[in-house]
Write a new protein. Structure first.
Length: 363
């Protein structure tokens, strides 16, 4: 563990935490108020999985373990396609036709994930305008002649801005993690698990910040462990039926309506459990150099590419046990909390919160 002067440690922690919260506020506003903001954030998360996860599993796990050159090359190439994939998905999420979406995407070859995200989002407004005003069948010519070069120029221009801002924030978080691993593990683990159950995405957040090393390991394994916590909490509080509980365990965003209807018990529980698990992972020395893999299934799989398998299994089991216990305890704490939109047949909340609110199950 690195040592530091007490004052400098506090400054690193405050800066890292403050900037992380600032980014969360910005992208929360973007998600709720920007045109198609939620769909665009979903596109970012999907692109991170389609590239960084493939790179990690094919290249670092299967390729390295079995020493298969073909798989190593596949993983390496997947990592270079992040800009292309995110541009294509952003365009589709903005309801641009598939042909023009694909044309726009080719502009971002060898452009990073986040610069391509911002550039493609801006260009999507231009292409939507073109599709509305230009005769069908002619719009793609303008996209080729105008939108592709302008989009690439924007991507090139955004690259140093991203490197000097978002990625630098990720670097500051990494420094803060080294100077005070337990405290930053608590903060980062808690925030990532809460973001993972919110309309935002923990995958998108960690991809934007370019987190690697110990911080990304904390994010990945706390996301994995949160499945056990949410499964226990939702089942015992009867928030969702068995099918929904399993869906949330695999991917929390799959049932965002249930989560957003019951934010207090879910977010409070996730922050506590994720924070405690994050402290363990931060102290473990495990690393993860695949940004954007903070999700239950990718979170555990990708760790085998960068760490000894037994260490991954040991700390994943500890984190899962912590989250399971927190989920069980918090289900008792919130046992009388009014549950909205319960999917459990015949279940009625013990507390009548508001008779005029049809989403509250009355007793």
């Amino acid at each position: 563990m690195n040592t530091c002067k007490k004052g400098l440690c506090k400054i690193d922690i405050l800066i890292g935490t403050g900037l992380l919260l600032l980014i969360l506020v910005f992208f929360t506003v973007f998600t709720y108020y920007a045109p198609d903001g939620r769909a665009v954030m979903g596109a970012l998360a999907t692109a991170a999985i389609a590239t960084f996860l493939v790179e990690a599993l094919q290249g670092f796990v299967l390729g390295d373990i079995f020493d298969i050159k073909f798989l190593k090359e596949t993983g390496s190439l997947a990592g270079t396609l992040s800009g292309v994939i995110v541009a294509f998905l952003v365009a589709l999420s903005r309801k641009i036709n598939p042909q023009n979406s694909a044309l726009l995407a080719v502009a971002f070859a060898e452009i990073g994930l986040i610069p391509a995200l911002f550039a493609a989002y801006l260009m999507s407004f231009v292409i939507r305008f073109i599709e509305k005003k230009i005769t069908n069948g002619m719009d793609f010519i303008i996209v080729v002649l105008f939108c592709i070069p302008v989009g690439r120029l924007l991507g090139v221009w955004f690259t140093p801005l991203v490197d000097g801002s978002l990625l630098k924030i990720g670097g500051i978080i990494d420094v803060a993690m080294n100077t005070s691993p337990l405290l930053m593990g608590l903060i980062l683990g808690g925030i990532v698990t809460v973001v993972g159950t919110s309309p935002l995405s923990s995958m998108a957040l960690t991809a934007m910040l370019g987190l690697t090393g110990v911080p990304m390991a904390v994010a990945a394994l706390t996301a994995f462990a949160s499945s056990f916590m949410n499964t226990t909490l939702l089942h015992r509080l009867k928030i969702g039926n068995l099918k929904s509980v399993i869906s949330i365990a695999i991917e929390p965003l799959s049932k965002a309506d249930l989560v957003s209807s019951n934010p207090v018990p879910i977010y409070v529980t996730n922050f506590i459990g994720g924070g405690l698990a994050g402290m363990v992972i931060a102290y473990s020395g495990l690393v993860n150099d695949a940004p954007g893999t903070a999700a239950p299934t990718p979170g555990i799989l990708v760790m085998f590419g960068f760490n000894p398998a037994l260490d991954v299994l040991k700390y994943a089991a500890i984190a899962a046990a912590i989250c399971f216990i927190v989920g069980w305890v918090m289900s008792y704490v919130f046992r009388n909390y009014p549950i909205r939109n319960s999917e459990v047949t015949g279940y009625k909340s013990k507390i009548i919160e508001n008779k005029d609110n049809p989403t509250v199950n009355e007793s």
